[in-house]
Design a protein around this ligand. Structure first.
Ligand code: G1P
Ligand code: ZN
Length: 549
């Protein structure tokens, strides 16, 4: 199908690939799928066709370093040149984290950015690869735009690509491909400079110098070079503070998803007598975070709430926060702090895009999800290392151990016990039957008492965006027991095989004698109640969840 290499610019005919279901979370497929001839090119050309703003403007390109990253980046650069992009900014070695891409887009007033990543999905020749597209505000392209791009992939018949030489991704500097300027930049520097504006580096350096210990696990993914530069070179943490900081194309065979399963070694370390004061991990593309202190795991919902309570102590947030947002299944700990501070707390559907409108409109400063995502107004993606630095700064400014900060927080605001149970790879109809079964009981539930709690509401969550007026429906089922507890059920929108059913359990306790339960003990009555209400085992044949986080 390919014509001989005669012209610097080629128009290559191709067929559509019907499986390129490009959505707001991008496209994730096995590496082998992306390696098919013209496959990536089809998708990229569809993006160039649907986003004419890229012509004559800057495009940022980066990736999480996984297998196929470099090949994909060369293709993207060659196609950007053939499609009239004026300038490409690409990270050295092809490495740029998702939040750093978001920042680069905003800093350099780029028209968009491409991130080659499948987030925390395993990498390597047999692993996954992925493409995400971010727009000029630094956030992921919205649904209208990704729908248009997807539609284009189904009708596309040709793409344009430059025949020029490959770019040396390892050497920083400026070169030219046809009419396009290509600059290989240090993918860490601008991000590190942003962190220096937000946080008190002097104070953190002094804290580390006094013996404050940190352990940060990059899980052989993108944050290694960021952690090396910021934590070690700029903040003076000893090199052994970093684990797995060398990005590897197969992530070392691991699963870079920072949670209590895949980063259990940090939990184990935190429970030893010699635990560092702060232990943390980030995921494949650097947007997720997990936070622990000596003897304490800070759940993402607690992390959001506690950050909200302390953020004004950090230089970049000294004027306080305008508001907070959390995704609906995320526990309501942030709501309690927001009420205390007298700022609004928005409840949005799952997914970062709903936060971006609120951030752009300055309605919120801070936002987060239960799925180990936390972020602020500084970029339009969740930001793993940002959360780690925010916590480090809080430890340095308060001089208190994380465990004490958590206890004090719970004493003041009460504690939300929280857990998520995932049932993976269910047949779609079986997963749907669980939701239908619960929905059928909605009318009868309010006023009934289950497990000692009285149902105050049972509904399907819908969201009216206060900025653009759009309405998102069918965003998960909730059974609410006043402030005391919630049970949430929804289907994952990101799974790649079958349907993933997610159950979320939340219990709120304010009395002093109930602040130190184990999460399992605290949530057991709610789990028992959910068994009866949802009949997951009966309807799906599954005896237990696949993943509990
Ligand atoms: C999951 C998380 C959600 C997050 C998304 C992208 O989506 O639950 O919070 O925004 O991944 O990282 P889900 O599979 O639940 O639709
Ligand atoms: Zn990620």
């Amino acid at each position: 199908a390919c014509k001989p290499h005669t012209m610097p610019l080629r128009e290559i005919s191709t067929k559509p690939y019907p499986d390129q279901k490009f959505g707001t979370a991008g496209l994730r497929k096995k590496v082998a799928v992306f390696q098919q001839p013209h496959y990536l090119e089809n998708l990229l050309q569809s993006i160039f066709d649907c986003v004419p703003e890229l012509k004559g403007k800057t495009l940022v390109i980066g990736g999480d370093g996984r297998y196929h990253n470099r090949a994909a980046i060369q293709t993207a650069i060659a196609m950007a040149a053939a499609n009239g992009v004026a300038k490409v900014l690409v990270g050295q070695g092809g490495i740029v984290s998702t939040p750093a891409v978001s920042h680069l887009i905003r800093l350099h007033a780029a028209a968009g950015g491409l991130v080659f990543s499948a987030s925390h999905n395993p990498a390597g020749p047999d692993g996954d690869f992925g493409v995400k597209f971010n727009i000029a505000n630094g956030g992921q392209a919205g649904e209208t735009s990704t729908d248009r791009i997807f539609a284009r992939t189904r009708e596309i018949a040709s793409y344009r690509i430059s025949e020029g030489p490959k770019i040396d991704l390892d050497r920083r500097g400026l070169s030219r491909l046809d009419q396009t300027e290509v600059e290989v930049i240090d993918g860490v520097a601008d991000y590190a400079a942003l962190m220096q504006k937000l946080f008190d580096f002097e104070l953190m350096r002094a804290w580390i110098k006094r013996g404050g210990r940190v352990c940060f696990d990059s899980m052989h993914a993108v944050t290694g070079p960021y952690a090396q530069r910021i934590l070690v070179e700029q903040l003076g943490a000893p090199a052994h503070s970093l684990l797995n900081s060398q990005p590897l194309e197969d992530f070392g065979g691991g699963h870079p998803d920072p949670n209590l399963i895949y980063a259990k070694h940090l939990l184990d370390l935190s429970n030893t007598a010699t635990s560092p004061a702060l232990l943390a991990a980030s995921d494949g593309d650097g947007d997720r975070n997990m936070i622990l202190g000596a003897g304490v795991f800070i759940s993402p919902g607690d992390s959001l709430a506690m950050l909200a309570a302390h953020l004004h102590k950090l230089p970049g947030y000294k004027n306080g926060i305008a508001g907070i947002a959390r995704s609906m299944p995320t526990c309501r700990a942030a709501d309690v702090v927001a009420a205390h501070l007298g700022v609004p707390c928005y409840e949005t559907p799952t997914g970062w895009k709903f936060f971006c409108n609120l951030l752009d409109a300055d309605r919120i400063t801070l936002c987060g999800e239960e799925s180990f995502g936390t972020g602020s107004i500084h970029v339009r993606e969740k930001d793993g290392l940002w959360a780690v630095l925010a916590w480090l700064n809080i430890l340095a400014v308060t001089g208190q151990p994380l465990r004490e900060l958590a206890s004090a927080h719970w004493r003041q605001h009460g504690r939300h016990y929280y857990q998520r149970h995932d049932y993976d790879e269910l047949p779609t109809d079986k997963a749907a039957s669980v939701l239908e079964g619960l929905k059928a009981q909605f009318a009868a539930l309010p006023g009934t008492t289950l497990g000692g709690w009285t149902v105050t509401a049972a509904d399907e969550f819908a969201y009216d965006d206060p900025i653009d007026g759009s309405r998102a429906t069918a965003q998960g089922l909730r059974v609410v027991f006043g402030d005391a507890a919630r049970l949430i059920v929804r289907l994952s929108g990101t799974g790649t095989k079958g349907a993933t059913l997610r159950l979320y359990f939340e219990r709120y306790e304010q009395s002093a004698d109930k602040l130190d339960m184990s999460t399992r003990e605290a949530l057991n009555p709610l789990v028992t109640l959910a068994d009866k209400l949802l009949r997951v085992t009966e309807l799906t044949g599954r005896k237990a969840p696949d993943v509990v986080t």
